[in-house]
Unconditional design. Structure first.
Length: 308
């Protein structure tokens, strides 16, 4: 597009275009937090409450879910990076662990699968997002390997933005969005970016960079529109499990197995809410024992049955 956006046609929400002749024009900027008070408030909360919770819990997360082996994603026979095992006849199943994708050195751990080891991070993120999300798709920890950089890409969905909260980010880490640079460093501000513009991350340090990544709804969407999109994707994910027998992105098989067993998988809030808790079932009241008649009452009861 003329404004350098790169969009996927099936993921374009109407009314969010940048058109000077349109009354519905939505200006696009690499880092739009200054354009919307909602985003400025979100950025402040991500940089403080959410970052503090994530840093406090990340060691526990990593102990429970160790990083995957980066080299496993390289197909020596094909001479190419194949993190998803698409070249294999039968790809190994990955459950509730770090997923390798996109480019060499980048790994993603869904917060949905790790929320039992990061409950305070989950609660802080949900509270910070408010009506802005977390939105569909990416919600979790991301790792960028030392001395590496990502590929230039666009996520192609005009109704969402990406957020990156530094958890353990040494000097020498950052991101370029539409040729504008923002640094990513522990103790620094979170980054909110328009991911429809071409962007890439980099890590020139000698150790890994960890961020908490979450997408949020574009603030130009009305509250009803955000709710409708959340419901749409919840229905889609539920269909993927119940009708296609597949696990949607960001959901581990262990978590889905529990949801299928409990019936939570049928509840749209299970898919819509990161902090979903199944409703507590009311304990069944004990059955009252029938008290038999005795003594003189037995005779009355017998007469009642006989002449009744």
């Amino acid at each position: 597009m003329d404004n350098r956006q790169q969009l996927l046609s099936q993921y374009v929400y109407p009314g969010l275009g940048e058109d000077a002749a349109s009354g519905e024009s939505v200006p696009r900027a690499a880092y739009p937090h200054d354009a919307y008070p909602e985003l400025a408030e979100l950025r402040a909360k991500l940089s403080t409450e959410v970052a503090a919770a994530a840093r406090a819990e990340f060691d526990s997360v990593l102990n429970a879910r160790p990083l995957a082996d980066d080299e496993d994603g390289f197909d020596a026979d094909a001479g190419e990076w194949d993190p998803l095992g698409l070249n294999e006849e039968e790809a190994e199943e990955e459950d509730e662990t770090w997923q390798k994708a996109a480019w060499f050195g980048w790994q993603f751990l869904s917060l949905r699968g790790a929320k039992t080891t990061a409950p305070k991070t989950t609660a802080a993120l949900v509270a910070a997002m408010g009506d802005l999300g977390p939105a569909h798709r990416f919600v979790g920890f991301t790792r960028q390997k030392a001395d590496s950089r990502g590929t230039v890409h666009s996520d192609g969905r005009n109704y969402m933005l990406s957020t990156l909260t530094p958890v353990d980010a040494p000097e020498g880490c950052g991101i370029f969005v539409d040729d504008e640079e923002a640094t990513i460093v522990t103790g620094g501000d979170a980054v909110i970016l328009d991911n429809t513009l071409p962007h890439y991350i980099y890590n020139t340090a000698d150790r890994d960079r960890i961020c908490l990544m979450s997408e949020c709804w574009h603030p130009a969407l009305a509250a009803a529109e955000r709710d409708a999109l959340a419901t749409l994707f919840a229905v889609k994910d539920r269909f993927t499990v119940l009708d296609l027998g597949m696990a949607p992105w960001g959901y581990g098989e262990d978590d889905l197995a529990k949801a299928l067993k409990s019936g939570a998988v049928n509840d749209l809030d299970y898919w819509r809410r990161l902090d979903y808790e199944p409703p507590k079932r009311k304990p069944k009241a004990p059955k009252k024992k029938k008290v038999g008649a005795s003594g003189r009452n037995k005779k009355k009861a017998a007469k009642s049955r006989a002449f009744g």
